[in-house]
Ligand binder design. Structure first.
Ligand SMILES: O=C1O[C@H](COP(=O)(O)O)[C@@H](O)[C@H](O)[C@H]1O
Length: 764
């Protein structure tokens, strides 16, 4: 039966696509296209067709076949004819494309498979997943898959949100998460090598014989040009939580019964990852190359996060199982290092004692270290491969590799002379992304990361990437980071040299100096919390006086929670002439509890503000959530009554001042992530729920009235809010993961009041 596959690269004219994906697409076409298996490619992006076509044609012009690959040369023109640009911005663009794709083949004669490769920022995953799910699941499409690139979240909680969001549209088998290190040709040989040598090697791979394992990725390049992205990740999130930890699992997990079965591999990997102890803060060292801050200053407006971004990290991982207990696994990665090299190096203990014949050149004694190295990329060997100390064992090479003599210019490879090693390289050394596309098309599952694995990997690292207790990176000199040498003792890592840490005072001054005036396209006030609260109170007074002067009345809606309490105190103590007698107090939201309950927002408002002010009681508008003990019962229509009061007293529905907060999960008012109320444009007030699948437990103003306000002030205070501030700094408008992204005054002013702790993630 004929199978046709449509591969849609969303973000198909962006960086990753330009650098790797189109080249890999051509290789895939050359290897896998035939009359019964046809493929078309689409580059989707937000620019109009004319512009997109020009860029795509330039990209396609530049991608070439290997000189001696005749078959590829022959198919290249056809590949280009089958690659198209398409504008993908709104839901209807997906609808049009997918209608066309599904109607091209007659039902029954051809099975139509579609793959959407998300080569876009992860903040856009949700909306694109929603469009694909809604518009692209046509009857005669036999399978729909989506492909995601990292970051798979920035920490455990954001990863969980990403996984849950994607799972709400696609099943596990429809989602492929790329870790290109799993597609490297030597990585692919790790389990095969262990299997071919299982009789001799497996009995050595344990705490009796292994001294330590080093998993290293050193790079010459820095991150100039992409500091904006790198400030959000740093080296731990960028490569250690994923690439290096995956390599660790491959070398140290229990051998699967069947090394070709992806389900066996996955089972053992997961089991192993769960046995790794979470990295503790004394088991990690971080560094930053000396030009980083200068580069950051040139590229981005707000460098307050840049001070904390590690471009180097070394960490100690410990495995809690009888096989590996006590063996140090040292993971290390850095930018602007002395060399480009990535490898897994297993060093064995000196456990043999020589009595006679120890000195001859053929003697295997005294040839230390004994080691097994999987050289994943570069380094001083001619090409990536497997190195085995001759004194360790004479290896049985698996089918996919061939033995070679080492012809290295270096006289020292991993501390030994080249002649001390057996050396073999993969027969097919395809670039990682060529393998990614190949494995995607041919359904090779183990190249991709399951959602369970994403979460298990975060369990190891979540602890040490928190910005709320940051470790200050040490400064190192580019290309000669000698001052980063460290010791590993009793579970601790320590630099040998006492290295210079970024100067704290300097940081304080610089971070003040670099705070921008705007946040999410609105005014930003960023000060220490007492000053911030005082400036917010002043801002409220100014708008109250203007309202009273112009209209004789001031309507203000307060949100609940703990944050407003310090504002209430400020108003009571330092603003005695606030025009309360002309003010109406409304609630932004309320919990479904009686007003006498301390959890009630009205209770807080009353106890900390109302009882100290001379406000006429008929100007106070508590949300009615309690009708004779029935809390938020839909029959009582408390939401509609509140809406009627607003309409009666504010006919144009324009509240003068709406004070909002932001929860750690991005909620605002009582509008929680993914709430259906975010899309309710017809009502002003509604019952809502704080947890999906549970009962209505809140009442809330809706966006229709919030965004209609004359002034909206969003207050964020405390270092525990730093993570959400950080996420919001890059999140797009109307991202239902973070309801606050829906807030923006239609005609009025929106201002953010963020205190320094929340901005920086630590207290100065
Ligand atoms: O995933 C990443 O990997 C690259 C290095 O990849 P390699 O295949 O050249 O070893 C790294 O530069 C980048 O920061 C990171 O996101």
């Amino acid at each position: 039966k004929h199978q046709h596959t449509n591969i849609v690269i969303v973000g198909g004219i962006g960086d990753l696509a330009k650098k790797y994906l189109w080249h890999s697409a051509l290789q895939l076409y050359a290897k896998s296209y035939n009359e019964n298996n046809t493929i078309s490619f689409y580059a989707g992006a937000r620019v109009i067709e004319d512009e997109g076509n020009v860029v795509l044609n330039k990209i396609l012009d530049r991608i070439l076949c290997d000189t001696d690959d005749k078959h590829c040369h022959k198919l290249r023109p056809k590949f280009i004819r089958n690659s198209h640009y398409v504008m993908l911005k709104k839901g209807y663009h997906y609808e049009t494309l997918c209608k066309k794709l599904s109607s091209e083949y007659e039902n029954g004669l051809t099975s139509v498979r579609q793959i959407f490769y998300f080569s876009i920022p992860s903040s856009a995953y949700q909306s694109v997943a929603e469009f694909v799910n809604e518009h692209c699941r046509h009857e005669n499409v036999t399978s729909t898959e989506i492909v995601l690139e990292k970051p798979f979240g920035l920490d455990k909680s954001s990863a969980k949100l990403q996984v849950d969001t994607i799972n709400s549209y696609f099943s596990g088998s429809e989602v492929k998460r790329v870790d290109h290190y799993l597609a490297k040709s030597v990585t692919k040989q790790i389990l095969k090598f262990r299997f071919s040598n299982r009789d001799r090697l497996e009995r050595l791979l344990n705490n009796k014989f292994v001294d330590r394992v080093e998993i290293v990725m050193k790079e010459r390049i820095g991150v100039k040009g992409r500091i904006d992205f790198y400030d959000q990740t740093g080296v731990v999130r960028d490569v250690m939580q994923n690439h290096l930890s995956e390599l660790l699992a491959l070398v140290a997990m229990e051998m699967p019964n069947n090394v070709s079965s992806s389900s066996h591999i996955e089972k053992n990997k997961l089991q192993f990852l769960k046995q790794i102890r979470p990295v503790s803060s004394n088991a990690i060292l971080t560094g930053q190359y000396s030009k980083y801050l200068e580069e950051a200053g040139e590229e981005i407006e707000n460098t307050s996060l840049s001070y904390l971004t590690p471009t180097f990290a070394a960490s100690l991982l410990q495995v809690e199982n009888p096989r590996w207990q006590g063996v140090p696994f040292v993971l290390m990665s850095g930018k602007h290092m002395d060399e480009r090299s990535s490898y897994v190096r297993i060093l064995f203990r000196e456990h043999e004692f020589c009595v006679t014949g120890c000195e001859g050149s053929n003697s295997t004694f005294n040839k230390y270290p004994r080691q097994l190295v999987f050289q994943i990329g570069h380094g001083s060997v001619p090409s990536a491969g497997i190195l085995v100390s001759r004194s360790l064992l004479s290896p049985v090479w698996p089918e996919g590799v061939r033995e070679l003599p080492i012809t290295s210019k270096d006289s020292n490879i991993h501390g030994q002379s080249p002649g001390d090693f057996y050396y073999a390289v993969p027969v097919h050394d395809a670039p990682a992304y060529v393998t990614v596309l190949h494995d995607l098309y041919h359904g090779v599952k183990e190249t991709f990361v399951t959602s369970e694995r994403v979460m298990a990997l975060w369990d190891i690292w979540d602890n040490v990437i928190s910005r709320s207790s940051p470790t200050l990176p040490s400064v190192y000199k580019e290309y000669e980071p000698g001052n980063l040498n460290f010791t590993v003792e009793n579970g601790h890592l320590e630099f040998i040299e006492k290295v210079k840490i970024i100067n704290f005072d300097h940081r304080e001054i610089a971070s003040h100096a670099t705070i921008p005036n705007s946040f999410r396209n609105s005014t930003l006030h960023c000060l220490s919390s007492p000053k911030l609260v005082s400036s917010l109170a002043q801002n409220m007074l100014t708008s109250a006086e203007a309202a009273v002067k112009e209209r004789g009345v001031f309507h203000i809606a307060f949100s609940g929670g703990r944050t407003p309490i310090i504002l209430f105190k400020e108003l009571v103590l330092n603003f005695p002439y606030f025009p309360w007698e002309y003010s109406h107090i409304w609630q932004v939201d309320e919990r479904c509890v009686p007003h006498i309950n301390p959890a009630s927002n009205f209770h807080t408002l009353h106890e900390h503000l109302i009882k100290y002010t001379r406000i006429p009681y008929y100007n106070i508008h508590p949300m009615q959530v309690d009708f004779a003990g029935k809390l938020c019962s839909p029959a009582s229509k408390g939401d509609q009554l509140y809406e009627e009061s607003i309409n009666y007293l504010i006919p144009d529905q324009v509240i003068d001042f709406v004070l909002l907060g932001v929860g750690n999960d991005g909620h605002t008012a009582s509008l929680f992530p993914h709430s259906a109320s975010l899309k309710n444009t017809k009502d002003l007030v509604a019952y809502t729920k704080s947890k999906s699948n549970e009962q209505m437990d809140r009442m809330s103003l809706l966006l229709s009235v919030i965004n209609n306000a004359r002034n909206i002030a969003i207050v964020v205070i405390g270092k525990d809010k730093h993570d959400i501030v950080h996420k919001l700094s890059t999140s797009l408008l109307n991202n239902s993961l973070y309801p606050i992204t829906y807030v923006s005054a239609n005609k009025g002013n929106t201002s953010w009041f963020i205190d320094m702790d929340a901005w920086l993630g630590y207290t100065l």
